[in-house]
Design a protein around this ligand. Structure first.
Ligand code: C2E
Ligand code: CA
Ligand code: CA
Ligand code: CA
Length: 278
């Protein structure tokens, strides 16, 4: 009840389940995570499926807490979205990804595009474009080496989203629609959006478990190609999936078959390889 504290929670309340305690703990601890240097980015290579070379990387957020251990983004990102903390966390992610990418280029690695996940809440924040611009200036990363991964949920407000996307594209940044096919985007809307890439969700790639193409996957690839978009498949784990995707026109992919997301030091070793298949 409300009398029991400003959160309205009582520790004597029987309905304060283990799950709620965990969520509250995450919320409280997450507030200190940036300041305490507990956040890191790992990088997963994006691979040209025709020759198995690295053509980019996706930055994926990692949180290591002294008592909670590694907390999965699947668990803490939704909490951060609910509390609004995703705005400052997202800004940290963007800055760190751009800084790291610029540093790799300065070290002499061939320039690659880094893809950064952006949550809808962050995307719709009125200072988002401004903050992206500021971070690019600060880190001196050439804008062509940044791609933002956004989900289909931005289409809930198509007019507003298109304005934001246009501003980002004017800066020279690329836009990818992540987890494509799991949301509710209509073809009509898709055609109206200034985007560069469609990312086929892992669940579709998972369905390619033999040597037959899933017609849904084929449709997504054809749709993307017809709209002149780059098609990326995520979650490739088996060679047969790679071959099916390639055979049907999808030329870029990522997944455990090539590499899991790895710490920056290990990613440097991947960049030294000439073939991403073990
Ligand atoms: P996502 O953007 O769809 O990222 C792909 C997820 O699939 C990552 O999980 C990646 O590690 C995993 N993955 C990649 N290839 C394979 C594979 O072959 N097999 C399997 N089983 N998994 C694979 P991760 O890193 O746990 O991230 C989960 C989700 O958390 C992401 O899904 C994304 O929605 C969110 N996330 C991660 N980092 C950030 C971030 O910096 N900002 C925001 N807003 N969300 C993030
Ligand atoms: Ca993603
Ligand atoms: Ca995805
Ligand atoms: Ca996914």
């Amino acid at each position: 009840s409300k009398e029991n504290g400003k959160n309205g929670y009582s520790f004597f309340n029987a309905d304060l389940s283990q799950e709620k305690v965990r969520k509250m703990t995450i919320e409280i601890e997450l507030k200190k995570a940036i300041q305490k240097n507990q956040l890191q980015l790992h990088y997963q290579p994006k691979v040209d499926l025709r020759d198995n070379t690295i053509i980019g990387m996706e930055a994926l957020l990692r949180w290591q807490h002294p008592e909670l251990g590694w907390v999965s983004p699947v668990e803490f990102i939704p909490v951060a979205e609910e509390t609004g903390q995703i705005v400052s966390i997202g800004e940290w992610v963007l800055r760190e990804a751009c800084r790291q990418n610029k540093q790799w280029q300065e070290k002499g690695y061939p320039p690659l595009t880094v893809s950064v996940n952006v949550s809808v809440l962050q995307f719709k924040h009125n200072k988002f474009v401004e903050s992206v611009q500021k971070i690019l200036a600060e880190t001196a990363l050439d804008t062509q080496y940044l791609e933002l991964e956004i989900t289909e949920s931005i289409m809930q407000n198509i007019k507003e989203s298109r304005k934001i996307l246009n501003s980002l594209r004017e800066l020279g940044i690329k836009i990818s629609i992540d987890d494509f096919g799991t949301g509710y985007s209509s073809l009509h809307v898709l055609q109206q959006l200034p985007i560069d890439t469609l990312k086929i969700d892992k669940s579709f790639v998972d369905s390619l478990d033999s040597d037959t193409m899933n017609p849904m996957v084929k449709t997504i690839i054809d749709l993307g190609l017809n709209l002149n978009l780059t098609i990326v498949a995520e979650g490739i784990e088996y060679e047969n999936q790679l071959h099916l995707l390639l055979e049907h026109g999808c030329t870029i992919g990522q997944g455990y078959l090539f590499s899991k997301p790895v710490a920056p030091g290990d990613f440097e070793e991947l960049m030294n390889l000439t073939d991403m298949l073990p």
